[in-house]
Structure formats: C-alpha cells, structure tokens
Design a protein around this ligand. Structure first.
Ligand code: GLP
Length: 261
C-alpha cells in the first residue's frame, strides 16, 4: 500500500490526474473506474484541463462508474449520471457509448448487474479505479458488513450515509435509500486502485482502512488485499494514522530508488 500525504487536496488531485494521464499515454483505450462525491472533482477538473489545453484524447477511453442511486432518473440533479456529465463527461471527448453505469431503473436488476460485471470483463478489466471513502468506511456504496467478495448488486444505504448525503438534497426531498454498486470483489479486480480522502471527517475511516484489521465493517480496509493501491490524503485525513512519519520516509526512498526500480 502506498500512503501519500499531500499539503492540499489540489496537489493530490494533480498527482492522481497525472497518473491517469500517464496511463492514457501508454494505453489510449484505458478502462477507468470512476467515483462520484466531492472528493474526485479536482481530478476530473485536471483531466478536463488536460483535454482542453493539451489536446489529450479520450475518444478511446471506456468508463465504468462505481454506483448509482436506484430509481433516480439520469436527469435528476442528484443522480450520479448527472454528476459525471457535469464534472467530467461534458468536458472531455469520451463517446457516450463508452460510458457505463450500473443498472438503476427498471426490472431484472440482478441479471443486469451480472451483465455489468461481464461488460467490465469484456474490456479486459478496469485499469485504474478512482475511489473516495465514506465517513463510515464505505467504498462505492458498499456499506459496513458488505461481503468482501461482493459483486455488483443493490444495497440499502445506512443511516449515516443517508445523513451525510442529505446535505445535497433540498428541503423536504428524501435521499434514495437504495443504490446499485460495484461490489468489493469487483473493485479488488481493478489493476490499480487510487483512493483519495480529504478533511478531518475522513480521518477515522482512513485509519480503519489503512491500519485497522481487514473487516467487512470497514469496507475500505479490503483494499489492504490489493497489490497496487494508493491512498492519497491531506494532512487532516491522515491525522489519525500512527505511521504518518514512516509513510513520508517510504516516499522519500521510493523517489531515491526510482531509477533503479
Ligand atoms: C458517496 C459515494 C462514494 C463516495 C462517498 C464520499 O457515498 N457513493 O463513492 O466515496 O460518497 O463522498 P465525498 O467525496 O463527497 O465525501
């Protein structure tokens, strides 16, 4: 696990976007796993900037979003589809036919969840999965007690998540209680995982994910089983890590050894 602590969320976003762009140079038909929430917005802004100012081409990129609320039409302001259009897709040239979301309306949901997994597999798998983390440790919408081997399916959201997300809803409107999400097993199959977390309200979840036991009670802790995962943090979200100083030295040594690896 790489734990990188940045002086600001902006610096972290620039670094993460840099990794995505480097991978895109190597593989123009990169398969990206994408997250919503306030955390990845900086990365998406950097990707848009690279497209606009450097002409970076996303026309062969395939994207798979982590999750979507059930029965929220794509036109609803709070749907993740709407979020992605607003913060990323409208600013880069990825063709709509190469953008994928888990099923969120209609029937046969389980069968369509299986097809979503199959669609991911057919592309050769997700090259880079961008993640955030909920204050209760969830990744995607895999809430505490989600099976560590889970696949794409419908989940009931916890009260904590409903409370955290209610800030986005106007007075009177109830946030959806159900969502369709890639499973933890699905996420663990991505070739590279980059989780970002910023602010003091994420410090407990980050500590449990990085230093806690691997437990379904903190879904983020499952990432300890992944061979190529980076936690990109700011000082606040890293504040409860007992090995903060050690992580800093690891990175210094990585830098020093770069030309020999
Ligand atoms: C939602 C999403 C998660 C995201 C989390 C954190 O619950 N399903 O994928 O990581 O929110 O959101 P934020 O980045 O706004 O803190």
């Amino acid at each position: 696990m790489r734990v990188l602590v940045f002086d600001s969320a902006e610096l972290a976003a620039r670094r993460v976007a840099g990794e995505v762009l480097a991978a895109l140079r190597e593989k123009p038909d990169l398969v990206l796993g994408l997250a919503t929430g306030s955390t990845p917005i900086g990365v998406y802004a950097e990707l848009i900037r690279a497209h606009r100012t450097e002409g970076i081409d996303f026309s062969r990129v395939r994207t798979f979003n982590l999750d979507e609320y059930l029965d929220l039409p794509a036109t609803h302001e709070q749907s993740y589809r709407h979020f992605m259009d607003r913060y990323l897709f409208s600013g880069i040239n990825v063709p709509p036919s190469q953008i994928h979301f888990p099923p969120s309306e209609g029937s046969d949901l389980l069968e369509r969840c299986r097809e979503y997994e199959e669609d991911i597999r057919r592309t050769g798998g997700i090259d880079i999965q961008i993640l955030g983390i909920g204050s209760n440790g969830h990744i995607g919408f895999n809430e505490p007690t989600s099976s560590l081997a889970s696949r794409t399916r419908v989940k009931t959201l916890t009260d904590k998540t409903l409370r955290d997300n209610s800030r986005f809803y106007r007075g009177g409107e109830e946030p959806p209680q159900l969502a369709c999400t890639m499973g933890i097993g699905t996420i663990l199959e991505a070739k590279k995982v980059i989780l970002q977390a910023f602010g003091a309200k994420k410090a407990d979840a980050v500590r449990a994910a990085v230093e806690g036991p691997v437990s379904s009670f903190c879904p983020g802790s499952a990432l300890q089983l992944h061979p190529d995962v980076s936690f990109c943090l700011d000082h606040e979200s890293a504040s409860k890590l007992s090995l903060r100083e050690y992580h800093r030295r690891v990175l210094e040594n990585e830098e020093r050894l770069r030309h020999r690896l």
